[in-house]
Design a protein around this ligand. Structure first.
Ligand code: KIV
Length: 264
C-alpha cells in the first residue's frame, strides 16, 4: 500500500493522476487496469440508490460496496468515502475509519472538509491512516451546487482551507467545482496532489463519477464528458432480448443444458 501511495505522490508536477468511482467488483476490475485511484464515493447515494442527496447513505452500506470493489482491485489505490455523520468528532471518526479500513481492506479514506475538521484529519494521519481531503462543493455540508472560489475572498478562504488540510497530514485533496484560476493557485501552492472534478485542467489529476462518464446516470453537468452512451446500448440489448423471448428465438438449442450429463 505504501508503494501505491508513494507512486501517486510522486506524480505531482510530473504526470496526471487518474481516478474514477466504483461501487461494485465488476466495474472496479475494469478500472483497476487503467486508473491510479478507485474511489468508493458516497455519490452512490444519488447514483445507485436514487436518494436526493448523499446524506442518508450509512457506514454499513459504504462498507458493503467497498468490500465488493476491493475484490476487483489489484493495482489501484482504493479510497473509501466516509459518509456524513460518521466523523462528527474525533472518537467517532477514529472508531469508524478503523472499522472501514479493517472491514474493506482499503488503502485510504476520504472525508469532506467543513473548515472545522482539521484536527480529525491530524489525529487520523497520526494513527497512520492515509486521508484524502475534499473542498469546494462538498455535498455533505453544502446545499447549493455552484462554482466555488469565485472572487478574492472565496479564493483566499479556499486556499487557506486546502493548506490547513495539507498541514493536518492529508496525502491528497479533491477540488470539486472550483473556479479554474483558484484550482490552479491551490495546486501550485500545495505539495500534495490535487484531484479535480469540475475544477479545470490545472489540477494534478482528475476524478469523475463513472456512471456519469459512461452515460448511465442521467446527470451530465458541463464538467462531465460522456465517453459513451451506455444507457442506449443497454436498452438496445434489453429490447432485443425481450423481442427474442417473445418470438421464441431465445433460448435456441446451443443455450440448452445437456439433457444427459450433469456438467455444463
Ligand atoms: O462521492 C463521490 O463520488 C465523490 C467524487 C465526486 C469526488 O466524492
Amino acid at each position: 500500500m505504501r508503494i501505491k501511495l508513494k507512486k501517486i505522490l510522486l506524480k505531482k508536477n510530473k504526470s496526471k493522476i487518474v481516478s474514477l468511482t466504483a461501487y461494485s467488483k465488476n466495474i472496479a476490475k475494469i478500472l483497476d487496469k487503467y486508473v491510479d485511484i478507485v474511489l468508493v464515493g458516497d455519490s452512490m447515494a444519488n447514483v445507485l440508490y436514487g436518494y436526493k442527496n448523499t446524506h442518508t447513505i450509512d457506514l454499513n452500506r459504504m462498507i458493503h460496496h467497498a468490500s465488493s470493489v476491493k475484490q476487483g482491485i489489484k493495482n489501484s489505490l482504493l479510497v473509501v468515502d466516509m459518509p456524513k455523520g460518521s466523523y462528527n468528532n474525533i472518537n467517532s471518526a477514529v472508531k469508524n475509519v478503523k472499522l472501514v479500513m479493517r472491514k474493506t481492506k482499503c488503502d485510504a479514506i476520504k472525508l469532506e472538509s467543513n473548515k472545522k475538521n482539521y484536527k480529525i484529519i491530524k489525529i487520523l494521519t497520526e494513527n497512520k491512516i492515509p486521508v484524502m481531503g475534499h473542498i469546494g462543493y462538498t455535498p455533505q455540508f453544502k446545499k447549493k451546487f455552484k462554482v466555488e472560489g469565485v472572487g478574492k475572498i472565496e479564493t483566499k478562504s479556499l486556499l487557506k482551507e486546502a493548506m490547513m488540510i495539507e498541514k493536518a497530514g492529508a496525502f491528497s485533496i479533491v477540488l470539486e467545482c472550483i473556479a479554474p484560476q483558484t484550482a490552479k493557485l491551490i495546486t501550485k501552492k500545495l505539495k500534495i496532489p490535487t484531484i479535480g472534478i469540475g475544477s479545470s485542467v490545472y489540477c494534478d489529476g482528475q476524478v469523475l463519477v463513472t456512471d456519469d462518464m459512461l452515460g448511465l446516470s442521467g446527470f451530465y453537468p458541463k464538467f462531465v464528458k460522456k465517453y459513451i452512451n451506455l444507457n442506449r446500448i443497454i436498452e438496445k440489448a434489453v429490447k432485443k432480448y425481450t423481442r427474442e423471448v417473445k418470438q421464441i428465438k431465445f433460448p435456441v438449442k446451443k443455450n440448452f443444458l445437456n439433457g444427459t450429463k450433469r456438467r455444463y
